[in-house]
Design a protein around this ligand. Sequence first.
Ligand SMILES: [Zn+2]
Length: 415
Amino acid sequence: MSNNITLDVGSRFLNYVKIDTQSDPNSNTNPSTEKQKDLSRILVQELLDIGISDAHLDEWGYVYATIPSNSDKKVPTICFCSHVDTSPDCSGANVKPIVHFNWQGNDIILPDDNAQIIKVEEHPDLKSQIGNDIITASGTTLLGADNKAGIAEIMAAAKFLMNNSEIKHGTIKILFTPDEEVGRGTEKVDLEKLGADFAYTMDGESLGTLEDETFSADAVTLTIHGVSTHPGFAIGKLENAMKIAGDILSALPKDTLSPETTEGMEGFIHPTQISGIQESVKLDFIIRDFTVKGLKEKENFLQNIVNQTLEFYPNSSIDFKIIEQYRNMKEVLVNYPHVVDFAMEAIEMTGIRPERRSIRGGTDGSRLSFMGLPCPNIFAGEHAFHSKLEWVSVQDMEKATQVIINLVQIWEKNA
Ligand SMILES: [Zn+2]
């Protein structure tokens, strides 16, 4: 069993990463780039070829497919989800994947740019990969294991389940989304059409990990309205919006509440963009915490800085606008503990020690959870994503594939 899966997941992955699917944060279309559909169309054809007859791509770039139930029981419908796009932070064109068979623990120098070296000391997860087959890019692009590892795993598991009908499972839904990397992966998803009760993204990092907790996230936009005058006649009148912005930024604490001074479960206030002239300035922040209460505290903290700053600028004003981005999936998942418990059991069944983690970020699963589809994140084996040093091992992808196969059986057994 395992040999077949190994062959299939590795070769699928090598095919998928060669297709450029980079998304674009500056595009307003859905999907943000048409080329994402190049991979999605191939995935639909492959799903049809393995006998999944309802597989299709919609106009927004989403792939939906159903593996029908083969159980007499009433089993909840489970969805597995991955994203086809790769990060805009690093080129994804003409990816040349390299398999380092039976890797023996040496640093990996990427041939197309010898300055790109995957050093074991900088990638501690490599230490447990000796003897495995490591896949990297060639030095000038990312690899795209984020999230084509997950896609290959779902596809390999789907094929295995379609060919092994003695393995009992309920209805299984497959969902491949565009634009996760630009934060729009769930924008046009049709959950009614999908019809799943629970879901898992296959988009996590290290072997055996499961993420059931993400940041909660808001954005804050300050629009600072100063008082503009001719500088030659400005005495007692000019209130320069750029200086107001500077005062606000310099009032932020130096030793806490920032990405560069926090870790673990601590949140932060992080300015991301500034633009403007003396009359008005727009100042964008992201606010992160693991609880909504923590988010509100940070927003109040920023509001207080704004109020105190304005005391020195009596004729200026500042619009303080909060935009909700996403919420910690744990708030939802805590109501469905078996969703996580079954996944932990499925990981354990493959002979790996499962490890529950939180992410200092968000996932499509955070948004799906709050849209009514509880959705933790299972490891896909991807490492050093969004960089030229990205890597994944065939053996980890095989384990992730087995986790999917185990998990659908656990849901059936417990129905
Ligand atoms: Zn991803």
